[in-house]
Design a protein around this ligand. Structure first.
Ligand SMILES: NC(=O)c1ccc[n+]([C@@H]2O[C@H](COP(=O)([O-])OP(=O)(O)OC[C@H]3O[C@@H](n4cnc5c(N)ncnc54)[C@H](O)[C@@H]3O)[C@@H](O)[C@H]2O)c1
Length: 247
């Protein structure tokens, strides 16, 4: 078991990519704290996966609220005795032509998708330092690498996550803390359910593999980066995109 005995926090773990990461890490032997604002789904998932060998617990956490994040890290350390892994995955979409994008909507997307990643890293890394190291995986996107119309706040936030990942990796490398990001292409999760069929087919056509990704495919990359198998990998932005950015 790749993650046996490791202690992990997964933000946005109630749904989509985060839910798949919870399932993957628990199946690989990790204890997991699911941190989300969707209490119903998160509690149900924790109840389904919790066992004597792998504790899976849920905590209500809004990643824009620093007090929530501090409590989240304290809870993980209290329950598991340490913190080895943070998967900073909570995020929202948002589509609007830039000239119509209100500052409130811009700030909401930046607040969850970028400020939240910074705040979670800040408090998780402080805890990891105390126990001799750890691994942070941030969820960026292909849209941290390439532009796309009508997604100004989202692409700005994800571009920020890509370079924040590099800076944190450099900053804490000597303390045995690795920081990487996954950059998914379009993945078939609830985030995409708002799209109509034409848009969905258009997105499929942009991936050379001819389909959207599955959340489990991102989760496996996350579990690898989080594990000791990736011991010489830090500051990397791993594209999990079916070739989207290769063409
Ligand atoms: N689905 C895709 O195509 C795709 C592609 C690239 C990157 N991503 C990124 O993957 C991550 C997960 O997205 P998903 O597709 O699984 O979406 P999702 O909507 O299925 O899951 C997102 C989760 O984040 C939670 N969340 C939202 N705001 C929160 C907050 N303030 N505090 C805590 N939790 C909050 C939601 O409740 C939800 O459980 C996001 O960062 C997203 O930007 C998704």
């Amino acid at each position: 078991m790749r993650l046996k005995g490791k202690a992990a926090i997964i933000t946005g773990g109630s749904s989509g990519i985060g839910e798949s990461a919870v399932r993957e890490m628990a199946a690989s032997g990790a204890h997991v704290l699911i941190a989300d604002v969707n209490d119903e789904r998160g509690k149900r998932l924790a109840a389904e996966l919790h066992s004597d060998e792998t504790k899976v617990i849920y905590q209500h956490v809004d990643v824009t609220n620093e007090d929530d994040i501090q409590n989240m890290v304290e809870k993980a350390v209290t329950e598991f005795g340490k913190l080895d892994i943070l998967f900073s995955n909570a995020g929202i979409g948002g589509m609007s032509p830039s000239v119509d994008l209100s500052i409130e909507e811009w700030r909401k997307v930046i607040s969850i998708n970028l400020d939240g990643v910074f705040l979670c890293a800040k408090h998780a890394i402080a805890a990891m330092r105390k126990s001799g190291g750890g691994s942070v995986v941030n969820c960026a996107s292909i849209l941290g690498h390439v532009g796309q119309g009508a997604t100004a706040a989202y692409t700005a936030a994800k571009g920020g996550v890509v370079n924040l990942t590099r800076t944190l990796a450099v900053e804490y490398a000597k303390e045995n803390i690795r920081v990487n990001a996954v950059c998914p292409g379009y993945i078939d999760t609830p985030l995409l359910q708002q799209l109509d069929d034409d848009m969905r087919n258009h997105l499929i056509s942009l991936h050379p593999v001819g389909r959207l990704g599955k959340p489990e495919e991102v989760a496996k990359a996350v579990a690898f980066l989080a594990s000791d198998d990736a011991s010489f990998i830090t500051g990397a932005n791993l594209l999990v995109d079916g070739g989207y950015t290769a063409q």
